[in-house]
Design a protein around this ligand. Structure first.
Ligand code: URA
Length: 238
C-alpha cells in the first residue's frame, strides 16, 4: 500500500506538494470517493485513482499476458499482417510495448507483452535458463527413445546441439499430445527437435513462461495484466 500523494506525484507531472494541493481542492478520487487526506493508502493492483475524473495508470510498467491465436505475428508492427499489438484493447495501448520473445505465426499461446526492456532481457537471456513450456501435437507415436534424446540434447538437422529438454506424454492418440520444456529459444526449436526425431509438429502452443502459466480463462486473442505479485514470483526464480 502506498500514500496517495506519493503515487499522484509519481504518475503525473505534479510535485508531491502540488499533489497535496490537488487533494485539498477536491480534484482527486480514489475508487470514486473523494480523497480527503494525502496519507490515504492505495493498492496499486486493484484501486482506481482519478485526477479530474481521468483514471491514472497506476502500475509503472505494463506486463501483459496474451493468448496468441494462430495466424498473428508476435512482432511489434508489420505493414501487411496482424500482430499481437494490433489485438490489444484500447486500455492497454501505450508507446514502448513489445512482445518479449517470439512465437511462430502458426503457434498459439503465451506471449508476454511489456514496455520493460530490462525485464524482457531477464526472461529471454539464454544465461538465465528461464524454462518455456509448450504443448505439441505430433504426427506419430512418442517413444522412450525420444524422451531420452530430448534429455540428452537433440542434434538438429543443421548440426546444432540443443540443451537438454524435458519431453513427456500428456495424451496418447494417433496424434499424441506432448509437453516440452525448453530452457533456450532457437528459431523453430520445438518443431526442429521433433523433425530430428522423425516427427512433425501439427499443432503448437506455449503454456508457461518460467513459473507463470498461461491463464486458462484467456480465450485466443484475449489479454490480461500480469500482477505485480506474479512478476515478483517469476523473477524470484530467475
Ligand atoms: N518452437 C517452435 O518451433 N515454434 C515456436 O513458435 C516456439 C518454439
Amino acid at each position: 500500500m502506498e500514500r496517495v500523494d506519493k503515487i499522484l506525484a509519481s504518475r503525473t507531472k505534479f510535485s508531491r506538494k502540488d499533489a497535496k494541493k490537488l487533494i485539498g481542492q477536491g480534484r482527486v478520487r480514489l475508487n470514486e470517493k473523494l480523497v480527503s487526506s494525502p496519507d490515504e493508502k492505495i493498492d496499486l493492483e486493484t484501486d482506481v485513482l482519478k485526477l479530474d475524473g481521468k483514471a491514472l495508470l497506476l502500475q509503472k510498467q505494463l506486463y501483459l499476458m496474451m493468448n496468441k491465436p494462430a495466424g498473428v505475428l508476435s512482432a511489434a508492427r508489420d505493414p501487411k499482417q496482424p500482430t499481437v499489438l494490433d489485438l490489444l484493447p484500447e486500455q492497454y495501448r501505450r508507446s514502448g510495448l513489445f512482445p518479449a520473445g517470439r512465437l511462430d505465426k502458426d503457434t498459439e499461446g503465451f506471449v508476454l507483452i511489456t514496455d520493460d526492456g530490462e525485464f524482457a532481457h531477464r526472461i529471454l537471456s539464454p544465461k538465465r535458463h528461464v524454462p518455456k513450456t509448450y504443448y505439441a501435437r505430433i504426427n506419430g507415436p512418442m517413444t522412450e527413445q525420444m524422451i531420452k534424446a530430448f534429455a540428452d540434447g537433440v542434434v538438429l538437422e543443421d548440426g546444432s546441439l540443443c540443451k537438454p529438454a524435458q519431453l513427456s506424454l500428456l495424451e496418447d492418440a494417433a496424434e499424441p499430445l506432448c509437453q516440452v520444456i525448453l530452457t533456450q529459444g532457437m528459431y523453430h526449436q520445438v518443431k526442429r527437435m521433433f523433425v530430428a526425431c522423425d516427427r512433425r509438429v501439427v499443432w503448437l502452443k506455449r503454456t508457461a513462461i518460467g513459473t507463470l502459466p498461461l491463464d486458462p480463462a484467456l480465450k485466443p486473442g484475449e489479454v490480461r495484466k500480469i500482477s505485480d505479485k506474479e512478476i515478483r514470483m517469476l523473477l524470484d526464480k530467475i
